[in-house]
Design a protein around this ligand. Structure first.
Ligand code: EPU
Length: 418
């Protein structure tokens, strides 16, 4: 069990390049199963969840080489359809192998997915959509047995614009016969990156990034054009908040500023000065942040994956802020720990609304990461707190940040992983 030791009060200053996005890499690492050839993917973040996806690929018969951030996957051999339980349970996005493997092999047995405990995290939309395309899915205990003699295109309307369900259905649809229409599809930028990758392999996907995605099935995917994973907008957002909360000045390179607009708009409202060019963004923090109201929403709304980090920053903002979480029912574990650091956050009975009275300062103590972004939020608070903070549960943070301690040290923080 590793932890971060942080001595607070250093301003976050300097320049940093941002790597590839976890939430774009994970569906693309499932999509490589569909390619009866070699996929070459660049800018793959070396984080715990991508390593788990690589283990899944190897377990089903793919040959994988991962050097630096370049991944080569040869999925030309016949693949087996049994995914080992332990790896499947280690992350939520293992469920994406259902759509991809049904498309490729017509069969897959997989444990129900794990991941950060952010709430119920149902898979009804994945199952219903795949069944509509002709799959037969049987649940026995914590295991899914999925089969499809032939996947057929279907018209599917999602009751929630689920990112994972949209991706799973896209993966299944690219090799299905006929046309699939996904209505109320998620519009996150990561969906666009997946569609781009699928199309580069020879698929016919249109409308990604809008609420209606239309996929015309093709017989086989065998193309091998190298793909570069899009920049991680949540990692970038986290480091912008690191500068904001410490009164710093940071320039992030290799980012897509357009994808960060919901985040940068709030940072501007909080008093930060932000300017951006095509793939670069600079933030200068004010002497003191201002309070704001935030409600998380599906893209292009404010991302739930930035909620915890903003709650951390608002604990030091002038005035009273209100943050509402609408996507997950259980994304609040960071608030109690922030209060132990001297914050004043009142959490509503349903755990979805945080009322934050901004304080002059926070103080270091021992706190514990209980999910990925909540862990990042505690690190951010520690950067601004007086004295030393220990953040335990580093393994949660490592699921989504390749080397957060090295990145933050490069920007002037006093942080070690121990
Ligand atoms: N939902 C259902 N039924 C389903 C699927 C989802 O009711 O079949 C509900 C969920 O319970 C949740 C909401 O819909 O309340 C949104 O879930 P969604 O399916 O959109 O989320 P996800 O695909 O499981 C991805 C990201 C998350 C991110 C969410 C929302 C990946 C690998 N994960 O999860 O990322 O929070 O979309 O944007 O792409 C993170 O990076 O920290 C993280 C948790």
């Amino acid at each position: 069990m590793q932890k971060y030791r942080i001595r607070g009060k250093n301003r976050i200053m300097g320049r940093l390049s941002i790597g590839g996005a976890k939430n774009a890499a994970l569906p693309i690492l499932a999509a490589v199963c569909l390619n009866e050839s070699v996929s070459e993917i660049h800018n793959v973040p070396p984080i715990a969840d991508t390593l788990a996806s690589i283990e899944i690929l190897e377990s089903i018969g793919c040959r994988v080489e991962f050097e630096g951030t370049t991944l080569r996957v040869d999925a030309s051999a016949a693949l087996t359809h049994d995914i080992p339980d332990e790896i499947a349970r280690s992350m939520r996005s293992s469920i994406l192998f259902v759509g991809a493997m049904l498309g490729r092999c017509g069969k897959v047995n997989i444990a129900t997915p794990g991941g950060c405990n952010l709430g119920i995290r149902a898979i009804d939309l994945h199952v219903e959509g795949l069944e509509k395309m002709g799959a037969i899915i049987r649940t026995e205990g914590e295991k899914l047995y999925c089969e499809a003699n032939e996947l057929r295109g279907a018209h599917i309307k999602l009751h929630t614009a689920s990112v994972g369900a949209t991706e799973n259905l896209m993966l299944a649809a690219v090799l299905a016969s006929g046309e699939t229409i996904i209505e109320n599809a998620a519009r996150e930028p990561e969906i666009i990156d997946l569609a781009r990758f699928l199309n580069e392999m020879g698929a016919k996907v249109k409308g990604a990034g809008t609420g209606t995605i239309v996929i015309n099935g093709v017989k086989r995917l065998t193309h091998t054009k190298p793909h570069s994973i899009m920049p991680d907008r949540i990692v970038a957002g986290t480091y912008l908040v690191a500068a904001a909360i410490t009164g710093g000045l940071v320039t992030l390179t290799d980012v897509c500023p357009a994808d960060l607009v919901p985040v940068t708009a709030k940072l501007r409202e909080m008093g930060c000065t932000i300017c951006s060019t095509a793939n670069c963004i600079t933030l200068a923090a004010p002497d003191r942040l201002k309070s704001v109201e935030i409600t998380t929403d599906v893209h292009p709304g404010f991302p739930t994956d930035m909620q915890s980090q903003f709650v951390a920053a608002l604990t030091l903002a002038q005035g009273r802020s209100v943050v509402r979480e609408t996507i997950f029912e259980n994304r609040h574990a960071h608030a109690a720990d922030l209060n132990r650091m001297g914050a004043t956050i009142r959490i509503s009975d349903d755990c979805r609304t945080f009322v934050i009275n901004g304080m002059e300062k926070l103080h270091g103590t021992t706190v514990s990461a209980q999910d990925l972004r909540g862990g990042a939020a505690l690190i951010l608070a520690a950067l601004a707190a007086e004295g030393e903070t220990i953040v335990t549960g580093a393994e949660y943070v490592q699921r989504g940040y390749a080397r957060i301690e090295e990145d933050l040290r490069q920007l002037g923080a006093d942080i070690v992983l121990c």
